[in-house]
Design a protein around this ligand. Structure first.
Ligand code: ZN
Length: 228
């Protein structure tokens, strides 16, 4: 299985607090824990030519992990088109946190993907609502994050095909935090946590969910049919 972790990589270069939490970039941290799980991982960032997502890179990617926030508009439509085509051909996509508003996620969902948000220090409880799903394997009933940005409903997404996590925030809001979709032969997993000013991607259970999500998304629907 070959994974490419794509990161916008802007906050880490301009914000000291974020740089301190993710000295190798958010993509570097995600790459490291996926590699520790025995997965082959490369990274790509916005400022590389073609955002690091050349035809060759995409052809050699089974799952693309996406983190973006400040610069969704700077992602070229041409690259978005190529990524979308690869998803339809069977590449998995794991969209993290503010990737809800990325061009590629909105394009694949076909809806606005807006939500309610508050950048504060809410506590977040992520409840597992589908404990038998492969993405929830080895995860406890609830993951507690001491501080996270709040994302609240309504999240303008199509009805998820599978809803695996629901979040509660200390402000009282709830959110569909772990959603799966299929587009063409490709599998898509959206996972909410991961605001850049909190050490969320160093949290072991969050890492485990992303590892599980990558493994789940790596099986294209074409392969899944063959396995049956
Ligand atoms: Zn955020």
């Amino acid at each position: 299985m070959k994974v490419t972790v794509w990161n916008e990589f802007r906050h880490e270069q301009h914000n000291e607090k974020v740089k301190e939490i993710y000295p190798d970039g958010i993509h570097g941290t995600i790459q490291q824990f996926l590699q520790d799980a025995g997965i082959e991982v490369k990274t790509a960032t916005l400022d590389e030519p073609e955002h690091g997502l050349t035809e060759e890179v995409l052809e050699n990617t089974d799952v693309l992990v996406w983190w973006g926030h400040l610069a969704h508009d700077e992602v070229s439509d041409e690259v978005v088109h190529k990524v979308k085509k690869r998803v339809h051909d069977g590449m998995g996509l794991v969209a993290l946190h503010s990737a809800h508003y990325s061009k590629i996620f909105r394009e694949l969902m076909g809806t606005d993907c807006g939500l309610k948000w508050r950048e504060a220090d809410d506590k977040e409880l992520l409840w597992v609502v589908e404990p038998n799903h492969p993405i929830a394997e080895g995860i406890s009933e609830v993951i507690e994050l001491e501080n996270e940005e709040m994302y609240g409903e309504r999240f303008e997404i199509p009805q998820p095909e599978e809803l695996i996590f629901i979040s509660w925030f200390s402000g009282g809001e709830v959110f569909r935090s772990g959603c799966t979709y299929k587009r063409g032969k490709g599998r898509i997993f959206y996972f909410r946590p991961g605001h850049e000013t909190f050490p969320t991607y160093h949290h072991k259970e969050i890492q485990k969910v992303i590892i599980n999500g990558v493994k789940w998304a790596a099986t294209s629907e074409a392969k899944a049919q063959e396995l049956v």
